[in-house]
Design a protein around this ligand. Structure first.
Ligand code: AMP
Ligand code: FES
Ligand code: ZN
Ligand code: ZN
Length: 311
């Protein structure tokens, strides 16, 4: 297999794009694609202040690397969830959060990038697994509480430090899996909000996903070829999760029909643009601001984060 651009030996073959590239051209191609999507979906302008949420995984660290290469001045945010040691489902000795923090700090230090670190236990009094044990959400499984806390912290840091945009490392596989889950239940409210850009409101930064059209496999190849040191392990609580199951199902589909995953996601975006959810949009629930933290919520009174904290 030869690189389509220079004819040298290709190292990545993307059947879904009918494209094979050598290492050098691949490392150029991914940032070019990312830039194309940032512009296409009007994610942000050069004047805006960007905050990247970095977990220490391949996607978010690569995203930070790519933004830097594109000349976008972006700061990072790492949220230490306290998923370490004996609280973890697999027992002693595990260090998911501390290892991902170490790799994120190393990445930032080596490139002299600014990194905000929020330690959930220090700031809110408990680690994610401890919160999960106390909360009725997810019956002791921390993923739902974790999502709630991460969202809250990301919004808060973006607001307190005046960032216009919050970028996350969600890739196409993440987005297709979420879409698949929401489609199985026709979760209209979620389908309406899922996309490359979630517009901001006063006090709430716009959320963008610059990698949402890049396959997980392509991001993996990028991180490896670029020599980015990232945490290989998934969060220990994600073992057996529905989203991993949906990803496996979609991968089976993709291997029989290259491009199916991308087409599933893009056709959804297209269908929505042409009015599939038009009626829904009109009757969308009004959001108001939580009286405690000031973030938007559809619940009457306190938002779900503040309700959890007050319990
Ligand atoms: P996940 O929900 O783990 O699939 O992560 C999706 C995206 O959320 C990542 O690509 C990051 O941008 C962001 N993210 C996840 N975990 C963290 C964390 N601990 N700190 C900061 N950002 C995170
Ligand atoms: Fe939050 Fe796994 S429970 S990352
Ligand atoms: Zn080449
Ligand atoms: Zn609140």
């Amino acid at each position: 297999m030869k690189c389509r651009i220079c004819g040298q030996k290709a190292v990545v073959n993307m059947r879904q794009h009918k494209l094979a590239l050598c290492k050098d051209h691949y490392l150029e191609w991914i940032p070019e694609q990312t830039e194309r999507f940032i512009e296409k979906y009007k994610m942000f302008t050069r004047e805006e202040k960007v905050l990247v949420a970095v977990s220490g995984g391949k996607d978010s660290l690569s995203l930070w690397d790519i933004l830097q290469r594109l000349g976008v001045q972006a700061d990072g945010l790492y949220i230490c969830l306290g998923i370490d040691g004996p609280m973890s489902p697999t027992g002693e000795g595990l260090s998911y959060s501390s290892e991902s923090q170490r790799l994120t700090e190393k990445f930032a230090d080596e490139r002299s990038l600014k990194l905000h670190i929020v330690d959930v236990q220090k700031e809110y009094g408990a680690t994610i697994p401890q919160f999960a044990l106390k909360s009725h959400r997810g019956r002791g499984k921390p993923c739902s509480v974790c999502g709630l806390v991460k969202r809250h912290v990301m919004n808060r840091i973006a607001r307190d430090f005046g960032y216009d945009v919050l970028a996350t490392g969600h890739n196409l596989d993440d987005e297709a899996a979420v879409l698949f889950g929401n489609t199985l239940t026709w979760a209209g409210e979620y389908l309406l909000r899922q996309g490359p850009v979630l517009p901001g409101t006063p006090g709430l930064a716009r959320k963008v996903k610059p990698l949402c059209r890049i396959y997980e496999r392509e991001m993996l190849a990028y991180a490896l070829l670029r020599g980015i040191e990232y945490i290989y392990d998934e969060c220990p609580f994600s073992v057996g999760s529905t989203s991993i199951y949906y990803k496996q199902l979609l991968n089976r589909l993709e291997s029989d029909r290259p491009g199916a995953k991308q087409s599933f996601y893009l056709s959804f975006l297209e269908a929505r643009k042409s009015g599939l959810f038009a009626e829904r949009e009109e009757i969308q629930a009004e959001l108001h601001l939580c009286p405690k933290c000031g973030q938007p919520t559809s619940a009457p009174g306190l938002c779900s984060f503040c309700r959890m904290m007050s319990r």
